[in-house]
Design a protein around this ligand. Structure first.
Ligand code: URA
Length: 423
């Protein structure tokens, strides 16, 4: 098998065999294939796509490039959750304690922020003392003891994805649906859960802006899950505006705590209950409505928050959040309805202020963040607060923040949050 022939075959829109895909990926991982040839291969995939079978094969090859986590010592059905990334997306912080309080075991590996999208590990690290690393035995023991553990994704999990993703990032080959699907699913399958629930974000603050593309991605991921014997459900959720009001690490933890006390924003609650009812239904093998009712009860009666406290304590954290940043308000320049929020730009602004990384070795400042006072569809008076800004070492221009909001005279309806469920 010659690599030029394999690239040409893909460029002629022919279907690649498992052996051909394996050769390309594994030779790249061990350095036999250089970045230039791999880039040609990735560009051929971007141009010509991949069938479901090829994408499943690519996922299998990547999955087998590293160590897979064995969760068989944990009793019960383990359900994992993943988000394709958004702005203000603190869902995991609320969802996991909630489903664990319902009796579903959750053994989760999460990532750090990527570009303008936040990461659960960075958010949890704003809790003083919170440990995000644990050896495998302690991880499994904690899931068996309290039903929930969450650690930082190890570099050994799917090394092929790590190397290929880094190349995709700098060669403009991130946006291919088969490449995204195999990248996400290889990591989910390697994490060892029995069932997988995916929150596929759609809109201005998401990887995919169009609903048709998000549906296609979901269909690919459901197919990959099934072909590996793991039931997979995708919820397509709206990311045309940030989720909830808070954007930034510590402010998002604070908002999550409110949501766990059933006092949080309504959109966050709706998404948590949608994903939670699916996870509980899959994990306990019960009907969706019964699972939904359990989630509602456990948010109301304090069980979800109690599980969160237990989880934070088990990972050495203390819920003593101190935000000594400078705070100021940004006020509306006119009266009207908020018709548009530039979610991507807000994500980029907060990232550049220190809530995310611009360079690989940047240290995240957990205190930096925004809290929106208004969302799309809300009415605002001139000089009323649009958002509160939490700053530390860097400054930002009020003009840049104001530019993220469109205020118009006509009433604007709130958009639907849950756009589809694909299984
Ligand atoms: N997230 C991933 O893990 N992989 C992708 O390709 C895109 C988003």
């Amino acid at each position: 098998m010659n690599i030029t022939d394999i690239i040409d075959k893909k460029l002629k829109n022919c279907v690649l065999s498992y052996a051909e895909i394996k050769k390309m990926v594994m030779d790249y991982v061990d350095g036999t294939i250089n970045d230039e040839d791999m880039t040609s291969f990735l560009k051929a995939i971007v141009k010509c796509g991949m069938t479901y079978e090829e994408t499943s094969d690519l996922t299998k090859v990547m999955l087998e490039s590293g160590k897979q986590i064995d969760l068989s010592c944990i009793t019960g059905i383990k359900v994992d959750k993943h988000s394709t990334g958004g702005v203000g997306d603190k869902t995991t912080l609320v969802l996991l304690p909630l489903v664990a309080s319902c009796g579903v075991k959750v053994a989760k590996m999460s990532g750090r922020s990527l570009g303008y999208t936040g990461g659960t590990i960075d958010k949890l690290e704003s809790i003083p003392g919170f440990k995000v690393d644990m050896d495998q035995d302690s991880f499994i023991k904690q899931v068996n003891d309290i039903g929930l553990a969450l650690v930082s994704q190890s570099g050994n999990l799917v090394p092929a994805d790590k190397k290929i993703y880094a190349l995709r990032d700098v060669t403009n080959t991130v946006s291919s649906i088969p490449l995204i699907a195999s990248s996400i699913m290889s990591k989910k399958l390697a994490s060892g859960a029995d069932k997988i629930v995916l929150d596929v974000k759609v809109g201005r603050g998401a990887l995919l802006e169009k609903i048709e593309d998000a549906k296609t991605l979901a269909q690919y991921m459901v197919h990959i899950g099934k072909s590996h014997g793991k039931e997979t459900v995708c919820v397509l959720s709206n990311m045309n505006e940030p989720l909830g009001f808070a954007i930034g690490n510590m402010v998002e933890v604070e908002e999550s705590i409110s949501a766990l006390k059933d006092e949080g924003p309504s959109d966050l609650k709706e998404l948590v209950l949608t994903l939670g009812s699916i996870m509980v239904s899959l994990g306990l093998n019960i009907d969706g409505q019964k699972a939904y009712d359990m989630c509602v009860v456990n948010l109301k009666n304090g069980s979800a928050y109690a599980k969160f406290e237990e989880f934070v304590k088990a990972q050495n954290g203390t819920l003593n959040l101190i935000n000594d940043s400078k705070k100021f308000s940004v006020k509306a320049h006119k009266t009207g309805y908020i018709t548009y929020i530039d979610t991507l730009k807000l994500g980029e602004l907060v990232r550049h202020l220190g809530a995310g990384r611009v360079n690989i070795d940047d240290v995240v400042d957990s205190r930096v963040g925004f809290i929106l006072s208004k969302k799309v569809g809300d009415f605002v008076l001139k000089d009323e607060e649009l958002l509160k800004v939490y700053l530390t070492s860097k400054d930002c221009l009020i003009r840049d923040l104001l530019d993220c909001f469109k205020i118009e005279n006509d009433v604007c309806d709130k958009e639907k949050l849950i756009l589809d469920i694909i299984k």
